[in-house]
Design a protein around this ligand. Structure first.
Ligand SMILES: NC(=O)c1ccc[n+]([C@@H]2O[C@H](COP(=O)([O-])OP(=O)(O)OC[C@H]3O[C@@H](n4cnc5c(N)ncnc54)[C@H](O)[C@@H]3O)[C@@H](O)[C@H]2O)c1
Length: 377
């Protein structure tokens, strides 16, 4: 095995710039080529980042490519990842890995048969803030986690996304879109889930686009836009997860976990950084002492403020895991368990019953300061 994996990116849209620009920070990765069904999009990224634009077929036949990074839209994740595995490439996908457990099991079968790895975002749980929370939990900071509450709520996507249709169709919705961040973080902090129950609804059967260029156009809603879920973990902890695009404002925190000896306040799981707070039995809520974690350092300015962004850390960890022969943190088992949780939540809402999960996974290894530093060049 070489000490660096050749990377080919399929899907050259919005998020691809993050991968192209952040991959050079990490060991084990060399982005060589890109492809897209829209050849212009591939050519644009190739010119911007000095890689080769290829057709999808050329990229899959390229002997220098070891890993295909699938940054296509959710509906294309399964066929693109399947084609990459069949071409003998490892796969790392943007979330959600697939839209059904059956698709994920098929990827697992092909990967196993061919001795290939599959990994998937989100990797934000590898961020400095979330790993600080993990260390605090592992060190017994709040005792045994017994319960918690998570909220990811907003008014929707039709006011900013130019083509928001897919968000409101089966395979979209707030749980499949935003749920992966919360579930990856909960698996990181608590471990696997045993069963789920949910009530699901939609505030409206249509939405009116207010973004340009389709301002005023009415689009159908065919998937729940409010999901109130209850998760029972193998550990015995029970956590509520509310995901909605029917809420204009609220005052709930992203993630609060309650333990036998205190409470933990985890910042937004969609980002790498943020302030982690906790209280003991004295109920005095204070920020945890910040630590010098490489993936908590601010490295980007955005219109919403400065932030730590190390997306591709999960891909780099998978590459190093392949090189070193160890378990990857953003592994197929963990991400497929996340898909099982999300699709079971929707099933529970549709069928009005609790749903036992058929998959499980282990907690990923913690990523402390030294382990994170070892992923960087
Ligand atoms: N945009 C973000 O900020 C963001 C953040 C985190 C995760 N993601 C995830 O990343 C993925 C991509 O999101 P995006 O915002 O970049 O979308 P996008 O629509 O901007 O880009 C997707 C690209 O994939 C291409 N594509 C679609 N189907 C294809 C196929 N079958 N084969 C090859 N190319 C195909 C499209 O032509 C397009 O260029 C999604 O799964 C999304 O959930 C996006």
């Amino acid at each position: 095995m070489t000490k660096e994996l050749g990377v080919g990116i399929i899907g050259c849209g919005n998020i691809s710039t993050t991968y192209f620009s952040l991959a050079p920070l990490f060991k084990g990765l060399k982005v060589l080529a890109c492809a897209d069904i829209n050849s212009q999009a591939a050519k644009q990224r190739a010119d911007e980042y000095g890689v080769t634009a290829q057709t999808i077929e050329e990229l899959l036949a390229n002997d220098e490519i070891d890993v295909v990074v699938n940054l296509t839209i959710p509906d294309a994740h399964y066929p693109v990842s399947k084609a990459a595995l069949e071409a003998g490439k490892h796969v790392y996908s943007e979330k959600p890995l697939v839209l059904s457990l059956e698709q994920g099991e098929e990827l697992r079968r092909i990967a196993k048969e061919k001795g290939l790895a599959v990994g998937c975002a989100p990797d934000t749980f590898l961020g400095g803030a979330h790993q600080l929370a993990r260390k605090f939990v592992d060190d017994g900071g709040i005792g045994r986690i017994t319960s918690g509450a998570c909220y990811v709520m907003g008014p929707g996507m039709e006011m900013w996304h130019p083509n928001p249709d897919f968000f409101f169709l089966p395979g979209g919705g707030p749980i499949l879109d935003m749920g992966p961040y919360y579930l990856a973080n909960l698996i990181n902090l608590i471990g696997p889930v045993k069963r789920v129950g949910a009530m699901t609804s939609m505030a409206s059967e249509t939405r009116t686009i207010t973004s340009q260029p389709r301002n005023g156009e009415i689009i159908p809603v065919k998937t729940p836009t409010t999901i109130q879920a209850l998760l029972e973990f193998v550990s015995g902890a029970t956590v509520t997860l509310t995901a909605s695009w029917d809420v204009w404002s609220h005052r709930h925190a992203n993630m609060e976990l309650y333990g036998t000896d205190g409470s933990l306040y985890v910042p937004d799981p969609n980002f790498f950084g943020g302030v982690v707070e906790a209280s003991g039995r004295d109920k005095d809520i204070k920020p945890l002492e910040a630590w010098d974690h490489p993936f908590g350092k601010i490295n980007q300015e955005s219109p919403n403020g400065s932030r730590a962004n190390y997306r591709t850390a999960g891909l780099a960890d998978m590459a190093m895991a392949l090189i070193e022969g160890r378990d990857a943190r953003c592994s197929l088992d963990r991400t497929l368990h996340g898909v099982d949780i999300m699709t079971s939540i929707l099933k529970s809402g549709a069928e009005n019953r609790f749903v036992d999960l058929t998959t499980t996974c282990t907690q990923p290894a913690a990523l402390g300061i030294e382990e994170a530093q070892a992923l960087l060049k």
